[in-house]
Write a protein that binds this ligand. Structure first.
Ligand SMILES: [Mg+2]
Length: 363
C-alpha cells in the first residue's frame, strides 16, 4: 500500500454553551482544525486531525497547513502501515511541529487498522475498558453559574468533572467551595488553574480547601514552581502543560513531580507519541488523563481507543472533545450520558461525513 496524496480540510468548531473561559482571561470562541485524508493506491482512506488552540498549546492553524504542505511530498509513496517509518520520515523532513504531524500520524494508524481489519484499541494493546467514564469541564464563571453547570453535568450522567479556576485567588476559593456543593457527588473532581497561580497563591488556595477530596492540576507555570506546591500539599497532583514531550515526562517522573500525568496528543506528536507516554506512565505505575485540547470525532475516537486500551486503574479521567463542541463530522463513536465506547470497526471505526467538510486543499 502506498500513499498517493493528502487532502487537508480546514474546519472550525464552536464550543457548546458559548465562549470557553480559561485562567488568565483566555477566551475561546472557536477552535480551528485541520482534518486530513490520506489517500492510498489500495483505495483505503485514512483520517486524521489536529485542532489548534494558540492561547493554550504551541500550535497555529496556518502553521499546521504550512507544515502539512511541507511534509506531503516527503511521505507520498510511503506505506502508511509503517507508522514509525512515516514518523521518522516526517521528523527528518521537519524538526518539531508535532501538532501538525499528529494529523498524518492518526491517519496512518487508521489505515493500519483498516488494512488489518482491526480497531485501534486492539492495535494499541487490546481492550481493557469496554466502557469509558467521560469527563466534562466547568468553565470559569461566577461561583453560582459554575455550580449550576456542575449540576447539569451530573444530571446528564457525568461522574468526572474538572473545575476551571485561575483568577483572583480568594475568588477561586469561593469558586471551588461553591462548586463543591454539587461536585462532591462525582467520582472524580479536578481543580485546574491552567498554570495561572503563583506558588504562594496556590498554597493559599489549597490551604483554604484542604478538607475537600479534589485533585489539583498544573497550578503554576514551570516544573519547579509546580514542584514547590506539590511538596507543600497532599492533594493528588496532576501535571499537564508541563508535560510537552517524552523528555519532560521522564524528567517530571524523575523529580516525583506528579501523581498523574495529563497527556495531550498534540504535545506528543499524535497517537504514536502519546501511546509511548501512556506506556511509560503505566510502567511507572502512574495514572494518566488522556485527551487533547479540541477537535471532533477523529480526535475523540483516537482518545477513546487509547483510553480503552489502558487498564482502568491507570486512567484518572477520559476527556472526549465531542463533549465540548457543537459540530459533528462523523458517526461511529458512541458517547452519551457521561459514558463512551471506543468504536468497534476497523481503524478509527468512523464514517466521515465528507459533505460536511467542504472543499479540500490537495497536497
Ligand atoms: Mg489541564
Amino acid at each position: 500500500m502506498k500513499i498517493t496524496g493528502i487532502r487537508v480540510y480546514p474546519y472550525r468548531y464552536t464550543p457548546k454553551g458559548g465562549a470557553f473561559m480559561l485562567s488568565g482571561g483566555r477566551m475561546f470562541t472557536g477552535f480551528d482544525s485541520v482534518i486530513v485524508a490520506v489517500d492510498t493506491d489500495a483505495g483505503l482512506v485514512g483520517w486524521g486531525e489536529h485542532a489548534s488552540a494558540p492561547a493554550y498549546l504551541d500550535s497555529l492553524h496556518q502553521g499546521a497547513i504550512a507544515a502539512l504542505r511541507h511534509l506531503a511530498p516527503a511521505i507520498t509513496g510511503m506505506d502508511p502501515r509503517g507508522v514509525t517509518l512515516v514518523n521518522d520520515t516526517m521528523n527528518a523532513a521537519l524538526r518539531g511541529h508535532g501538532y501538525a504531524k499528529q494529523a498524518i500520524d492518526i491517519a496512518c494508524w487508521d489505515l493500519l487498522g483498516k488494512a488489518a481489519s482491526l480497531p485501534l484499541s486492539v492495535l494499541l494493546g487490546g481492550v481493557q475498558q469496554e466502557e469509558l467514564s467521560v469527563l466534562n469541564f466547568v468553565k470559569m464563571d461566577t461561583p453560582d453559574a459554575m455550580r449550576a453547570r456542575c449540576d447539569e453535568f451530573y444530571d446528564a450522567g457525568h461522574r468526572q468533572v474538572q473545575i476551571k479556576v485561575g483568577g483572583n485567588w480568594r475568588e477561586d476559593v469561593e469558586r471551588i467551595t461553591t462548586v463543591w456543593e454539587s461536585a462532591q457527588r462525582f467520582d472524580t473532581v479536578i481543580v485546574d488553574a491552567n498554570t495561572w497561580w503563583t506558588p504562594r497563591e496556590a498554597r493559599l488556595v489549597l490551604k483554604a480547601v484542604s478538607d475537600l477530596d479534589i485533585h489539583i492540576e498544573q497550578p503554576c507555570n514551570t516544573m519547579e514552581s509546580n514542584l514547590s506546591v506539590r511538596r507543600a500539599t497532599e492533594f493528588p497532583f496532576i501535571l499537564d502543560e508541563a508535560l510537552d514531550s517524552l523528555d519532560a515526562l521522564e524528567r517530571a517522573h524523575s523529580l516525583d513531580g506528579f501523581d498523574a500525568a495529563g497527556l495531550k496528543m498534540s504535545r506528543f506528536g499524535g497517537l504514536s507519541g502519546v501511546k509511548d507516554a501512556r506506556d511509560m506512565c503505566v510502567r511507572w505505575g502512574k495514572p494518566v488523563n488522556i485527551d487533547d485540547m479540541s477537535g471532533g470525532e477523529i480526535i475523540a475516537a483516537t482518545t477513546a481507543h487509547l483510553a480503552a486500551s489502558t487498564p482502568a486503574k491507570y486512567v484518572v479521567t477520559t476527556s472526549l472533545n465531542t463533549t465540548y463542541v457543537n459540530e459533528s463530522i462523523a458517526s461511529g463513536l458512541f458517547s452519551a450520558g457521561g459514558r463512551a465506547k471506543a468504536p468497534a470497526g476497523p481503524g478509527l471505526g468512523l464514517e466521515i461525513d465528507e459533505a460536511a467538510l467542504g472543499t479540500p486543499i490537495t497536497m
